[in-house]
Design a protein around this ligand. Sequence first.
Ligand SMILES: Nc1nc2c(c(=O)[nH]1)N[C@H]1C(S)=C(S)[C@@H](COP(=O)(O)OP(=O)(O)OC[C@H]3O[C@@H](n4cnc5c(=O)[nH]c(N)nc54)[C@H](O)[C@@H]3O)O[C@H]1N2
Ligand SMILES: Nc1nc2c(c(=O)[nH]1)N[C@H]1C(S)=C(S)[C@@H](COP(=O)(O)OP(=O)(O)OC[C@H]3O[C@@H](n4cnc5c(=O)[nH]c(N)nc54)[C@H](O)[C@@H]3O)O[C@H]1N2
Ligand SMILES: [Mo]
Length: 687
Amino acid sequence: MKVFTTACPRNCYSTCAMKVEVEDGRIRRIEPHPGNAATPGGACLKGLSYVERVYHPGRVLYPLRRLPETGGFERISWDEALDTIAVKLTELRADPGPQSLLYYSGSGTKGILKGAGREFWRLYGGCTATYGDLCWPAGLEATRLTLGENKHSAPWDIADARLIVLWGKNAAETNIHQMSFIDRALDAGAKLVVIDPRRTQSAERADLLIQPRPGTDGALALAIAHLLIAGGRIDREFIDKHVHGFPAFAASVAKFTAERAAEITDVPVEYIERLAEYFATLRPATISPGFGMQRFTNSGQTMRASLALLAITGNIGRPGAGWVYANLQSHIFETVRDPLAFYPPERPDGVVRVSISTARLGPEMLATEDPPLRMIWVERGNPVTQNPETNRVLEAFRALEFRVVVEQFLTDTAREADIVLPAKTMFEQSDVIGAYWHSYIQLKQKVIDPPGEVKPETEIYRLLARRLGIPEGEDPGVFPVSDDEVEAYLEKALQPFAALSLDRLRQAPQLAPGQQEVAFSDFIFATPSGKIEIESAEAVERWGVDRLPTYEEPAESVRQPQPAADLYPLYMLTPNTKNRIHSQFNNLRMIRQFGDEPLAYLHPDDARQRGIGDGDWVRVFNDRGELEVEAVLDNGLKRGCVCVTNGWWISEGGTVNFTSAARETDMGYGAAFHENRVEVERLSDAE
Ligand SMILES: Nc1nc2c(c(=O)[nH]1)N[C@H]1C(S)=C(S)[C@@H](COP(=O)(O)OP(=O)(O)OC[C@H]3O[C@@H](n4cnc5c(=O)[nH]c(N)nc54)[C@H](O)[C@@H]3O)O[C@H]1N2
Ligand SMILES: Nc1nc2c(c(=O)[nH]1)N[C@H]1C(S)=C(S)[C@@H](COP(=O)(O)OP(=O)(O)OC[C@H]3O[C@@H](n4cnc5c(=O)[nH]c(N)nc54)[C@H](O)[C@@H]3O)O[C@H]1N2
Ligand SMILES: [Mo]
């Protein structure tokens, strides 16, 4: 038996280190690796379920071609698949041009070898690509505008906080390792506040649960700022030294009373006052805002408002204090260190036309001209399930002439493909990965050979490059394939960092060079003023929002005239959940034992009004689409909300994105998934 050090590359805060035991070329066990101090307890159930996932009978092991008559697939050879694709690519490159191909990549795996895709399409002669991101960009941009960069203290630093606010984050499900550090703080007497329209598992030990009307957190933050400033309960010295724009901010929140915020947020005044009291008296304070509350058209501004609370109370740059949003200190390999970490639209990038907002994928694919889109290549993503407004995404896919999807399983997106190419798993090719919660650089090792005829993307690109006469570059080239080539490629990437080498990474995770244990402890802020910018000229220039964090009613709230309040009165929340990463893992037995169909959670009052009982079959719908699911009554959910977790496949009962809108956030080109008003009606009794 051999034991390998590796790490989970899923799009997840924790990015756990693990030891994998391999015997006779087969993965037997997955154990914790103590070398990553952020994840000492090891992987979650999903991580342990890899022993099932890798060998799952549903895995795509051979190239497949869709049979248009039946919608089924037949196995074809690699030669046939690649020849067919190469002919198509040659044809389209000549007429109407390479930009008629859309290259779509999702967040399915981390690693520096992902760059091979972008490189291939550039060498092909260009393509069309998406900009923005489904996940976190409104918060990233709000943080960058305020603090200059996205980093935070080491995960264990939160154990020293006296006040912890989980603001729109459900760490107990989405960042389970953070909860053990939070528990340590609570054992030592800290207070925990959870702000979430749902009573989540993260609220089990909370001293205060605040349940705002969705999308109104900005008003809450501004009222707390007002209470702190009006009461003189701020850190004057810190503000004078490190904060830009305080006088203007103080003036702007002067009338933002707790009563006004209570009216907007539907949170009792006493709760708002209690939270302000906590900020006034409990230091150090850490806010860990989640990605869930930045899925609105006002959420960049909301994030700026909530971060301002830390600035005015001196809770930045000190142990136990800070803004634990995204820690990009391990992101050391980006060749282009774009401050936004993604491409803005139409940024010149040679021949790649970066013109489709990923938040508006369906409508913008359909509207693209000059040339219109004819083909799509999808890898590491499941856009039919995960991008907003599924019916438009499906329409756009079906309007194309040719679709290729590189996938491990027959997802909803793969089912739309003309050719499905089998994708590797994390155990079948080595790569080096960073994280966004801790600062470790980790080696994701190849531990087994790919099963069946699976080929990693780099090999697929190499074989296509040869067919198209595309140069691969000198040793190790842009498309490394053999183990030696991959190692040479990774070594080269590690070369600029003296402390890092493959040999060291094979033993254990390594902290990124220069990482700060307590972020901003040097009080250096890479903003135009060199200070924490509550007031930001760049926010105006780049995004057309106010210089200061302000509160605006979200575009699709129940207080907007459109759609009429009585038509779709409920806010549909579609958060992440413990036993899946978005649309992954749900096909496994180990996971399905905890639930094998989507459920719609409703407050009992909202259910009663509609004659819905627990377990009834219901239709959740609006003008954009619908899904039929089972209802569950939940006293912990705020009235006026309905909740279905995202990630279910259409083939498993329906994606939540049938009802969501293709709409961007106010900054960062994110997706405003939670601005999604629906109605729910009863279809039939519980079975
Ligand atoms: N187990 C697991 N872990 C994951 C993932 C996963 O799919 N599964 N995905 C990973 C990824 S890519 C991401 S983006 C993160 C996301 O994980 P989180 O940062 O926790 O974000 P979400 O699950 O989107 O939403 C968190 C909470 O925000 C609440 N919320 C919704 N609207 C509002 C609002 O207006 N105000 C407030 N205050 N709260 C609101 C939701 O009810 C939800 O409980 O998790 C990562 N970790
Ligand atoms: N309504 C609603 N929708 C949401 C969200 C929400 O909160 N609400 N959250 C959004 C967020 S935060 C995110 S991050 C996105 C995630 O959406 P996606 O980025 O589409 O991520 P996944 O659903 O995890 O799908 C990734 C796919 O990649 C495949 N894959 C894994 N590894 C590899 C590999 O090495 N090679 C290839 N070729 N494929 C691989 C997996 O099998 C899987 O099917 O969803 C977004 N969608
Ligand atoms: Mo995400």
